[in-house]
Design a protein around this ligand. Structure first.
Ligand SMILES: NC(=O)c1ccc[n+]([C@@H]2O[C@H](COP(=O)([O-])OP(=O)(O)OC[C@H]3O[C@@H](n4cnc5c(N)ncnc54)[C@H](OP(=O)(O)O)[C@@H]3O)[C@@H](O)[C@H]2O)c1
Length: 215
């Protein structure tokens, strides 16, 4: 399975590339190919320095769609419409949404689109793709801290059981992540809303990079 990351140059995208490319073929995407190349070089240097294996290729966001079996949308949720309009051939792909629409005033609050959640908005925009929500609640910094295991529960939801199972296998192949079946895509709003909750908890209680572990 080739996993491509749209917005693979961002905080989450880069960290995901660092972790995933150790045992999967990973494509880093960007609106600008040269930005993807620079990000890819940084990841490769770090992985080489640590003596870790990797399989990483930089390209454009369209290149990600063309080359990947699983396409991760790792962009700010508010840029979803314009990004989809700039891409073609997403039909039939498994799409992972980890986007959490939120706003900040004195605290962070969840601001879902009218479809209910970012994942549901994505599914509406791409009716012929299989959208699965996963990885929503893992802090970016933790993805990149390769000296530490990534030790969280990952809620996975979606309407296509085969795709959900595949994404759960992908989750379980990364460090110490534990995939949990959270149900249909309609549940994605509940999962996305956890992220502003944990950020507020981190800020108010002087904690860092709070994540979720169900036990
Ligand atoms: N940060 C976290 O801890 C965290 C945790 C869980 C989930 N998430 C979710 O993961 C997603 C990515 O988060 P992030 O912190 O990595 O975001 P980010 O660094 O702000 O952005 C990620 C990438 O999105 C692309 N991008 C920015 N503006 C864009 C636009 N107008 N149109 C198209 N692409 C654009 C950029 O890539 P190029 O310039 O290379 O195209 C950028 O590197 C978000 O939806 C967030 O809610 C974040």
């Amino acid at each position: 399975m080739i996993v491509g990351i749209i917005g693979g140059t961002g905080g989450i995208g880069k960290g995901m590339a660092l972790r995933l490319s150790q045992n999967h073929e990973v494509i880093i995407g960007s609106r600008k190919e040269e930005k993807a190349c620079a990000s890819c070089e940084t990841c490769k240097e770090l992985l080489l320095e640590l003596g870790l294996p990797f399989n990483l290729t930089p390209t454009t966001n369209q290149g990600v769609v063309d080359l990947s079996d699983i396409v991760v949308f790792s962009i700010p949720a508010e840029t979803l419409n314009s990004t989809i309009n700039s891409l073609k051939n997403l039909e039939g792909k498994i799409i992972i949404s980890l986007m959490n629409p939120m706003e900040r005033d004195t605290y962070f609050r969840y601001t879902p689109p009218e479809e209910g959640s970012a994942a549901q908005q994505l599914q509406k925009l791409l009716p012929d793709s299989k959208v699965i929500a996963a990885f929503n609640n893992i802090p970016a910094k933790k993805w990149s801290q390769l000296s530490e295991p990534l030790d969280y529960s990952v809620c996975v939801c979606g309407d296509d059981d085969k795709s959900k199972k595949l994404v759960m296998e992908l989750v379980n192949s990364i460090s110490k992540l534990e995939a949990l079946d959270a149900g249909p895509l309609a549940i994605s709003a509940t999962i996305e809303a956890i992220t502003p909750l944990v950020i507020n908890i981190a800020r108010l209680n002087r904690m860092h990079d709070v994540g979720v572990y169900f036990r």
